[in-house]
Design a protein around this ligand. Structure first.
Ligand SMILES: Nc1ncnc2c1ncn2[C@@H]1O[C@H](COP(=O)(O)OP(=O)(O)OP(=O)(O)O)[C@@H](O)[C@H]1O
Ligand SMILES: [Mg+2]
Length: 388
């Protein structure tokens, strides 16, 4: 198991990066400055709270978001996700650290420039839609364009296009209250897309929706992102959603990023017991792909097996292997990447079982430690961590 929390990052300000975040901290409370750079900096969140009254919401976080990717931030309630995403546009002022947007240091942006960025470059979709109840759907969707000063005819034409795109044609003259939650969130999505932003920020947009509608909306995001090629930062506390949407997933715990990686990396090589626990219910066969297992041929191995693409998940490779004694050939375009055989798949599945056992042991150990810590501390219950 790798112990590395984050992958090696390119130098900050590199052109292939949309958001470049380095050593970002957000500490709520009056004495925020009395923490960073002191011995307390590395201390436990609860201890810092006890000593200074401050809440460490985001702790020394660094990552890059690449153009065109969906970057998912996942973590439990109170782990700092909303604070982090708001720091990206300074809706919340970071305590320290830097955020570059296309190489521009947003810390140095004045009010005017920040407004410009928030109106033109970045759009946000929230959990609770945030629609204006007395306005028609079309005027809700056109809101960002109106703020920009676009003429009524022009912004309505653009809004109608967006309403059409999210499948709400015919509802343009309705009021938000007449629409279901799923439909209202489509309006939220249309409103964000109307301004043609380069970056979309989503803060748990689908958490309030029923599972089926939620799935529709997830598919919608995947489709729109592919068609429109936007860069997105998407927050969720739902692992299935993270795996479905994320090109890469960042896992947050108590304000820190514990791992950043592709869905396959997070499930196949969890950085620690916490991530392993988080992902333990996911069947590897539904996440790991041929690319994960591909290898060179062994001497004398048959090379006439069935062909598949690198993105094929193991669950789909299994029946191919059942029908053939030769390993599967993994081909990308015209290039043969290598082979995946029965043993490779079996081993990946078996590791799942073995690591499952390891994880349970590790988690049990942690729990025992926590319980004995608590017993010696005589500490009361932790405060409910929710501010978002
Ligand atoms: N304005 C604030 N003042 C003080 N503490 C805050 C404030 N906003 C958030 N916090 C605290 O910071 C921590 C992180 O909160 P945040 O809302 O970022 O978490 P989250 O991961 O978005 O949680 P959720 O999934 O519940 O939305 C929490 O402990 C929260 O209580
Ligand atoms: Mg939140």
């Amino acid at each position: 198991m790798s112990t590395q929390a984050t992958e090696a990052a390119p130098p900050q300000g590199s052109p292939d990066v949309t958001f470049s975040v380095r050593n970002l901290w957000k500490i709520f409370g009056r004495n925020a400055d009395s923490v960073i750079g002191t011995d307390l900096e590395r201390a436990d969140r609860d201890l810092i709270k006890e000593r200074t009254g401050c809440t460490v919401a985001v702790r020394d976080v660094s990552f890059d978001v690449r153009p065109g990717e969906i970057f998912v931030v996942m973590g439990l309630s109170g782990s700092g996700k909303s604070t982090l995403i708001r720091c990206l546009t300074r809706l919340i002022e970071p305590t320290s650290g830097s955020v570059l947007l296309d190489g521009e240091d947003i810390e140095e942006a004045g009010d005017q420039r920040l407004r410009e960025l928030r109106r033109h470059k970045i759009a946000m979709v929230f959990q609770h839609f945030g629609l204006l109840p007395n306005r028609k759907i079309i005027d809700n969707v056109a809101y960002g364009l109106e703020v920009r000063g676009m003429s009524r005819a022009e912004r309505h034409a653009r809004a109608m296009e967006m309403i059409d795109m999210v499948g709400l044609s015919g509802y343009e003259n309705a009021r938000p209250g007449e629409l279901s939650g799923g439909m209202q969130q489509r309006v939220g999505l249309a409103r964000a897309l109307a301004v043609d932003p380069q970056v979309l920020l989503f803060d748990e947009p689908f958490s309030a929706l029923d599972p089926l509608i939620r799935r529709d909306m997830q598919n919608e995001v995947v489709r729109l992102q592919r068609e429109l090629n936007k860069t997105a930062v998407f927050i969720t506390h739902d692992l299935q959603e993270a795996l479905k949407l994320g090109d890469r997933i960042a896992i947050m715990r108590d304000g820190e990023l514990v791992q950043v990686g592709t869905p396959e990396e997070v499930v196949g090589r969890p950085a620690n017991a916490y991530v392993a626990d988080f992902t333990s219910d996911v069947a590897r066969t539904t996440v790991l792909t041929a690319r994960w297992l591909v290898r060179d041929p062994f001497p004398d191995e048959r090379t006439d097996g069935p062909t598949t693409e690198p993105g094929t998940v193991l669950a789909q490779i299994l029946p191919m292997l059942a029908a053939s004694t030769a390993p599967v050939r993994v081909v990308e375009g015209d290039t043969l990447l290598g082979y995946v055989g029965r043993d490779d798949v079996l081993r990946a599945i078996a590791e799942d079982q073995l690591e499952g056992a390891d994880q349970v042991a590790a988690i049990e150990e942690e729990t025992v430690e926590e319980i004995s810590d608590e017993a010696t501390d005589h500490a009361g219950p932790a405060p409910a961590g929710d501010g978002g």
